[in-house]
Design a protein around this ligand. Structure first.
Ligand code: ZN
Length: 457
């Protein structure tokens, strides 16, 4: 990443900053325009209109934009600037369904400012956040007439429906999207109000196992002791899959788990840790882990979770039966460099060894993704977030949850960093979704600062 590019003087950046502080009112108006256009991917409502609106807003802001068709909703792409370093901003212009409508104080697609927040579906997730990057770029163009680096934008219209065509689109447009860094702003800041930075995500593997030991539920007395019980059999198998310390006992499960690097552990060491507060937030009595162990388990180690168990009689009173059927739904959160298909085969193999009659079905997966926090671009983004907010960022090696971040790191082959801009109580996916104006304006400044830091040699 030691490339030369058009570094801008501090004074130039100060002018950009002054400009975007002058333009707050216009920026808010633009966000209101974008939010007022429904774009509900789950219901295919207004999504294409929104893609067209977004492309025209980009053009108005000086960013040449183009709409690309996919098998699903269109992708809006934009590109501007010159320089050896290219950053690719990713966002999504589709939104979650707004229902239940009666729970909204003001209608979801009539964006309204109240108490320093803009209320409306998509304000925080993700229209407000994707717009910050465009507005930062616009300010550079207005003030300096140019950008110090090359910038690309990819905005998809189906994130809220699981990004079914994003991986294909990225695979088919590698040259178009080629970059030195992918940058995503989605989700909330840390609860403390400090900026959050994630250098990766955990992957996910869903599965379901089921077994049938008889053609019907039998009498537990008349047949008791002579025929198998599906519930006991399921429990026996599950018990063989994990020990009391929570370690997964499936052969090969941990084979590809990447050892934490020194810098991963350094990030964790820099975090604040209040286990009692976390326990309260999680609704548990206490957290019995030291800081490093807690964050290693949450971000750098895989999990195996029983999501639900079904068997036998669960109604009122008693029913003395031997259950004929039992099933369990499970998910595994995966970390680099685990491969979801490989992990699934290992689990399937383990279950087959325990009982070849159990049916194991895979229910979708997402690859894990990691970017080295020690890379120069990683450090520059950390510096940008701190400089723009005046607060020490909460930087984690990965999020505990899953996002399709692997499309950048694995398919496109570039580092990828997630820098959320919304308020922690943005109520995304819920009624009265909102984006605090302070977070919106701060987001624009973080993006502007990131462009500035990336332009430095
Ligand atoms: Zn969302």
């Amino acid at each position: 990443m030691d490339k030369t590019h058009g570094e801008i003087p501090t004074l130039g950046y100060q002018k950009v900053l002054a400009q975007l502080r002058r333009k707050k009112r216009e920026h808010l108006k633009l966000l209101q325009r974008l939010v007022a256009q429904p774009s509900i991917s789950a219901q295919n409502e207004g999504v294409r209109d929104c893609a067209e609106l977004l492309a025209s807003i980009m053009e108005e802001l000086g960013v040449p934009a183009q709409i690309y068709e996919t098998e699903g909703q269109p992708v809006v792409f934009g590109e501007i600037g010159e320089g050896d370093l290219t950053v690719l901003f990713y966002g999504h212009y589709d939104v979650q369904p707004p229902e239940p409508l009666e729970a909204w104080t003001t209608p979801p697609f009539s964006p309204t400012v109240r108490n320093g927040r803009l209320y409306g579906r998509g304000t925080g997730d993700n229209k407000g956040q994707l717009l910050t990057h465009l507005l930062a770029v616009h300010s550079y163009l207005e003030v300096l007439g140019k950008l110090p680096i090359k910038i690309k934008f990819i905005f998809e219209g189906e994130e809220e429906s699981g990004s079914p065509y994003l991986a294909d689109f990225v695979a088919e447009h590698q040259e178009l999207l080629s970059a030195d860094l992918a940058y995503t702003s989605d989700g909330p800041l840390h609860e403390s109000g400090a900026p959050a930075i994630y250098y990766g995500v955990r992957g996910m593997l869903g599965l379901e196992m089921s077994l049938e030991t008889a053609s019907w539920d039998n009498h537990s007395g008349n047949k008791g002791g002579v025929i198998p019980n599906a519930a006991w059999e399921l429990v026996r198998i599950l018990f063989s899959m994990k020990d009391e310390q929570g370690r997964v006992l499936v052969d090969g499960f941990y084979d590809r788990v990447r050892e934490p690097s020194e810098i991963d552990l350094e990030l964790i060491a820099n975090l604040e840790y209040h286990p009692w507060q976390i326990a309260k937030n999680f609704g548990v009595k206490k957290i019995n882990l030291e800081k490093e162990e807690f964050y290693r388990r949450l971000t750098l180690e895989p999990t195996m979770t029983i999501n639900g168990l079904t068997s036998g009689y669960q109604g009122q009173g008693t029913k003395t039966i031997i259950p004929a059927k039992a099933s369990a739904k499970m998910d595994c959160r995966l970390v680099a460099d685990q491969d979801p298909e490989e992990v699934f085969s290992a689990i399937k193999h383990h279950i087959e060894k325990m009982n070849p009659e159990v049916e194991v079905i895979q229910q979708g997966y997402m690859h894990p993704s990691r970017t080295d926090p020690g890379l120069p671009v990683s450090q520059k983004i950390l510096k940008a977030a701190q400089a723009a907010t005046g607060k020490k960022p909460v930087a984690l090696p990965a999020t505990g949850g899953s996002l399709p971040d692997y499309v950048w790191t694995k398919i496109l082959g570039v580092p990828s960093i997630i820098v959320p801009y919304a308020n922690a109580d943005e109520a995304n996916h819920a009624p009265n979704e909102n984006l605090s104006l302070e977070c919106f304006y701060q987001g624009i400044e973080i993006s502007a600062r990131a462009i500035y830091e990336l332009s430095k040699k």
